[in-house]
Design a protein around this ligand. Sequence first.
Ligand code: 13P
Ligand code: SF4
Length: 304
Amino acid sequence: WAIHAPYVAAINKLKKERGAVVLAHNYMTPQIYHGISDVVGDSLALAIAATKVEAEVIVQCGVHFMAETSKILNPQKTVLMPDMAAGCSLAESITAEGIAEMRARYPGAPVVSYVNTTAEVKAASDICCTSANAAQIVAAMDSDTVIMTPDKWLAQNVANKVPQKRIVWWDGACIVHEQFTAQDLRDFRDWNPGLKIIAHPECPPDVVAEADYAGSTANIQGWVETERPKQVMLVTECSMASNISDANPEVEFLGPCNMCPYMQKITLEKVLWSLHTMTGVVEVDPKVADRARLAVQRMIDLSQ
Ligand code: 13P
Ligand code: SF4
């Protein structure tokens, strides 16, 4: 922490001078999560928080699609992205043409797109979802067939929870979560009897089936804080356990985790530079933003 302290102090001072707030995802490094953020949360909480921001400047500590969502919801505000290259394998897996292709293949079926998509893809979709509300959103669709893009594993996990719908999906995946295998989980259980295993629903369904609970990053945190297991393995990005371990000292966090190379691009140094120079300004074509806002707002309305 000593080496981070000057950056944390400088950023917190600049935030006041610029009238800025930092919205940080649960996968940010502990120094960002604990040191400089005003709001932390999962993708849904950050989107909802973005609708309530009063500050004129939002610094998005997360990946690019999250900053775009903040901009879509705050077209008049300045949204800063400390590293424009902080992408997402899911967002990169589909374009608006891909949505059109799915609509042609399944005429009349509504398109539910994960928030891990570009503004153009959101604009071409009927509604968004996150890992926290995907099953609820799909169940609410007024159609037997529902198109889910772009995460095939999230779609299959939702299909298991909402059997009354025929869910068809795009072939995208999260490079962090698709690496876990059900065998990894079984091995860790064998080595640590009593271990609780919590997975993110971007993991393949056989991994989720092996877990004691699956949920969004905020729901994972909520589960740990409610259940207070002696030993737990979080089948997700590594920062998750680092960020919540301080507040849960009696819980032992075990097992492998995977780093998201995109999330890890966001550093204190880059946040400081972005705020100091006011560079990394996120722009979304206003016409695209207007259509994308409908899909995001529909999701928020259905989730509250
Ligand atoms: P949630 O925080 O919404 O669970 O999403 C995880 C994620 O993949 C963000 O990149
Ligand atoms: Fe995208 Fe996966 Fe990284 Fe989340 S963890 S930003 S879904 S690549």
